[in-house]
Write a protein that binds this ligand. Sequence first.
Ligand code: MEV
Length: 410
Amino acid sequence: MTKFYEQSPEERRAQLIAEGALTALDAECLAESGLHADVAANLSENQIGQYALPIGVARNLTVNGVVRQVAMATEEPSVVAAASNGARLANLNGGVKASAEPHRVTAEVVFDGLANDGDAERVMAQHRALLFAVAETAHPSAVKRGGGLKELTCVRRGRFFVIQLTIDPSLAMGANLANTIAEAVATAASGLLDQPALVAILTNGSSELVRAEVTLSPATIATKAGNGAAIAAKIAALSDLAQSDPLRVATHNKGIMNGIDAAVLATGNDTRAVAAAISAYSKGQPLSTWQLEGDQLVGRIKLPLPVGVVGGAISALPKAQAALRLGGFDTVANLQMSLAALGLVQNLAALRALAGPGIQAGHMALQARALAMAAGATGTEIEAVAAKLTPKVRDLASARQLLNELRGKQ
Ligand code: MEV
């Protein structure tokens, strides 16, 4: 059988259908070129077009024993190949183990300049039941699904009095729910405190963390350039470097985000919310570590991943829903754990390449195809031109010249 990466998109969809990972309807949806005009017009103000990206699939990412096909939307040619490669290496070692803390979103109702004499705290405590009732009335359907406001605490931040609302958004990412509840609570609390709130808004900082871990036997990560033990030692050293070097850590984390961002986007989630939560949490530190433990290489990642599997654009974007079904992401925890696992194996693939042949070998072959397309090559011309774009002539002018020569010959 032809290898998955050598197949046409139609053949790949057919294989995923045969594997039971993709429904025929979702395959049709993925094959379509764009959004329905009504959907596009209603997802953005002043809509003038659609922005298309390829959706690739990271194959067989095994998380807690479940094998998942992860849709990824990205413009970077090597990312999906690296993710699949990382997943394959993890699978040689039993896959990735992951866990997620309960999914919560926090909102803040903030008052400016209230006297710090304990009065505001007392009023909130007295009317706690009322404030919970207000939150419930603001979004009764969330409460019916077992979600809604779970905790209300008061904190002082300098001159600001902050009511923190911890909300269970159930299957949604929770931004809309949190903001609706926060605004309702703000109105009620303003009445009780006799002062309008300064602001009522969710925080994109998230304290709930997702963890993933993989233990690799060095023999399984050997490359042509080095035996497994040498590669494992270099990966551990690269991890140490990311802890010590503020310039390297950005690129270390970028490699992780290559995977996470692409899957967050493909599932219709808010890439900015995820990026904001991660940057607030990581404070310039590496999101993952790789350590030699005995003779094994152990990779760990820990990060917040504020995503949902229903609501917002997710429900409006048919391809996002197809991506969620393809991955079997029926709960937020399933999606979060797979995103963390994906980030970890993406990181593994990058570090292994850096520890071995370097990344340009793999990157440039794919880059050559991108150059060929930029020069105007289509169909079989793409591969024909890319194959001739050797490192010394890998530029757009050479690609154009090669294309002209090729067409001249035909
Ligand atoms: C390229 O998009 C990502 C890498 O630079 C990540 C890394 O250096 O770890 C390969």
